[in-house]
Structures are given as C-alpha cells and as structure tokens.
Ligand binder design. Structure first.
Ligand code: DC
Length: 233
C-alpha cells in the first residue's frame, strides 16, 4: 500500500450520510472513492445465493478469497455498479436480507482479512475517500484525515425510510429501526475490527445537520489543515 497517497476515512453506523458525503467529497477533491460496505454486501449476497451458512467462517473465507466481484464504484462522477460473475447485482444489494447478511459475514475475522487487499487496491493517486466501519482503524490506519459520522437511531431509520420511499420501495419504519439497531449491535461488538471511531477521528453528529452543512464543515477543515489537497482553481 502506498502510504504517500492521501486518504480520508469516513466511518460510522448505517444511514448517517457517510455514502453521500464520501461521494461529494471525492467529487470536490477529484479523488477516487470506495464504499467498502458494497464488498461486504456482495459477499453476503453470494453467500445467500450459494446457500453457505452465514456462520461458516471457513466456507465464507474461501468464497471471499475467490469472489468474482467487480466493483465499479471508485468514480464519484459515475453511477456505481457491482458485477458478480459478470451479472449486475447492484439493485439487490440494499435489501434487508443482504444488509443483515453483510453484517454477519463481516463478523468473521478471516473474512475481513480476505477482503483487506481488495479494499487497499482502491488507494490510487491523487487520493481516496473511503467509507465503512473500520476504514480509519484497520484498513487505512495511516490516513491523515479520519472522520466518524453518527446520528440518533430514530433519525437514521427515518432517513432510510425516506430513501426507500423515494425509490417507491415499501418499508416499515419500526422494522427498519430494529434492523439498523441489530446491525449496529453486531458491528460494534464483533471481536475483530468492530465499528469504532479511531482515536484521532473527528466526530460529527449529523442528527440535526443537512448533508450540505456536514460537507461544508469538512471542506472548511480541509482548507485549513490540508490546503495541498485542494484541486487547482
Ligand atoms: O456501509 P453499509 O451499510 O453498506 O455496510 C453493510 C454491512 O457491511 C455493515 O452492517 C457491516 C459490514 N461492513 C463491515 O463490516 N465493514 C466495513 N468496512 C463496511 C461494511
């Protein structure tokens, strides 16, 4: 991994706005991006399709090592899509079932290790903005700027509900809340690489902030502390 290439890591629980902020920041800087959750989701999807038990660490690790996944997700100006065995599985990756499977496969230490190199391969010049659960603590611990986004559970559930409604997908708010809570608990309590703010992370509570306000706060920090990253105007 080339540690000279700058990385901004964005960690935090689901529906805190990490994905959108990651894309907007990468766009603003002209950098690459990585939504690491998509790799865990693709693996969860493949495990469900192949009927591999989500508790079978050995079989899941073998699946992760050889997973024929292509993540077309590093260009913030292009639509993200994920191919598994050359099939476009993007639309299936955000179902409740796949979200839960992603969190369950991600609880296995050997699975996480198997996905490390694939994530680090996204680190390309001029820089990378990445979002996930362990970006600042495990995958890119040398990142010069680490962010940790959080928001109240009820607000996150409502955001997810509104997103689904916008896509004309029926959802139940109490069920979304319970699913997010179950995922938070599993992601925070796993033995390896739990969801955790890096000691040097900047915390932003997005509960009462618009995405624009969050972005402006981060951009101001970059202008003050990392002016060398700014694209030539
Ligand atoms: O970011 P997301 O909601 O798409 O992630 C889905 C699940 O994948 C999340 O609940 C836990 C797992 N995950 C992980 O364990 N580590 C990451 N870096 C990203 C996601």
């Amino acid at each position: 991994m080339n540690e000279q290439i700058p990385v901004i890591t964005i960690d935090g629980p689901g529906a805190t706005g990490k994905g959108t902020i990651c894309r907007l920041l990468a766009k603003w800087l002209g950098w690459h991006m990585l939504d690491s959750g998509l790799l865990y989701r693709a693996l969860g999807f493949a495990a469900l399709a192949e009927k591999i038990s989500l508790g079978d660490e050995k079989a899941l690790t073998a699946l992760a090592v050889h997973l024929p996944v292509e993540c077309h997700c590093d260009d913030p100006n292009a639509q993200t899509y994920i191919l598994l065995d050359k099939q476009d599985i993007t639309a299936a990756l955000h179902s409740s079932e796949v979200s839960s499977a992603a969190s369950q496969v991600g609880a296995h230490p050997l699975v996480r290790e198997a996905l490390l190199a694939r994530q680090r391969a996204f680190l390309q010049a001029p820089g990378l903005v990445t979002d996930g659960r362990d970006m600042g603590t495990v995958v890119f611990p040398h990142a010069p700027l680490k962010l940790y986004l959080d928001a109240a559970l009820a607000i996150r559930a409502k955001r997810r509900f509104d997103q689904l409604k916008e896509q004309a997908i029926n959802a139940s708010l109490p069920r979304l809340l319970a699913e997010l809570e179950a995922r938070d608990t599993r992601d925070k309590n796993r033995r390896v690489a739990p969801l955790l703010a890096a000691v040097d992370a900047i915390h932003i509570d997005t509960s009462t902030l618009t995405k624009k306000a969050v972005l402006e706060r981060i951009e101001a920090h970059i202008k003050d502390h990392f002016p060398q990253w700014l694209p030539p105007s």
